[in-house]
Design a protein around this ligand. Structure first.
Ligand SMILES: [Zn+2]
Ligand SMILES: [Zn+2]
Length: 256
């Protein structure tokens, strides 16, 4: 199916859920696929929802929590075993690049052995990607709670987590990734067509109160916990009477 689409491969949050993958999204621009985040279960979900590994041109990772990155080596292996010949570009938060390069070699996923070029790129807050779409990365405060440990144990972590603003053929889409709180995302809500926002760290009542103040086409709430938690959010959305908020589901595909 050609056209431009955004598909949720996994709607689960940090706690894996039966039958659902963790964070992973496919941005399809005509024939070209971009994977955004690659948490547990994403490689298999990618196949389950009918995507071809040979159409993936690049992967962006928002931050290095396992529910956003743990499936990445397997995803690269899948692309390799599917017969990829074209280069694959991986974009990682700058702090993660040396560790990831060591990690994949420890997994015998040797870049030197692959029959395609694996480009491991680093990016930071403010980075702008321009290709068949535009992507801008905004650093957020999701990881700032680790600061005391990083300081105490003199760890190299730089607490890099990013939200992505994506523009495709005149449509705009914001993917919050994990945030510290609603304030992290509020300043970036500027009339986008679609906002994919994670529920885990959101004060949902504060969010719902804010929704009428800004003209957003459609909110999709993702990074969802247990069925009971999802039901609770569904009730809050229904009670609000707001029509532009919906809950994510694995496989939800939105035409852009
Ligand atoms: Zn997460
Ligand atoms: Zn996280």
């Amino acid at each position: 199916m050609t056209g431009n689409y955004f598909t949720i491969l996994g709607s689960a949050s940090g706690m894996p859920q039966p039958g659902r993958a963790c964070s992973g999204y496919v941005l399809q621009v005509e024939e070209e696929l971009t994977l955004i985040d690659c948490g547990g279960g994403v490689s298999s979900a990618f196949l389950n929802f009918g995507f071809s590994p040979l159409q993936v041109k690049q992967v962006f990772i928002s931050h290095t929590h396992p529910d956003h990155v743990s499936d990445l080596p397997l995803f690269i292996q899948m692309v390799y075993l599917a017969g990829q010949k074209e280069p694959l570009d991986i974009f990682l938060p700058e702090e993660f690049v040396p560790s990831f390069e060591n990690y994949i070699r420890a997994l015998y996923l040797l870049p030197e052995k692959l029959p395609f070029r694996l480009n491991i790129n680093s990016y930071q807050d403010g980075y702008i990607f321009k290709g068949s779409f535009k992507l801008e990365a905004f650093g957020n405060n999701h990881l700032k709670g680790y600061a005391p440990f990083i300081e105490k144990y003199n760890l190299p972590n730089k607490m890099q987590c990013h939200s992505f603003l994506i523009e495709v053929a005149g449509k705009t889409l914001l993917y919050s990734a994990d945030v510290y709180d609603f304030e992290d995302i509020k300043e970036h809500l500027t009339g986008q067509d679609y906002v994919f926002i994670e529920a885990t760290h959101l004060d949902f009542d504060q969010f719902i109160k804010y929704v009428p103040q800004v003209n957003i086409g459609q909110y999709v709430i993702t990074h969802l916990g247990s069925p009971v938690e999802i039901e609770g959010l569904g009730k809050k959305i229904a009670d609000s009477g707001l029509k532009n908020i919906r809950l994510a589901k694995d496989g939800l595909k939105i035409a852009l």
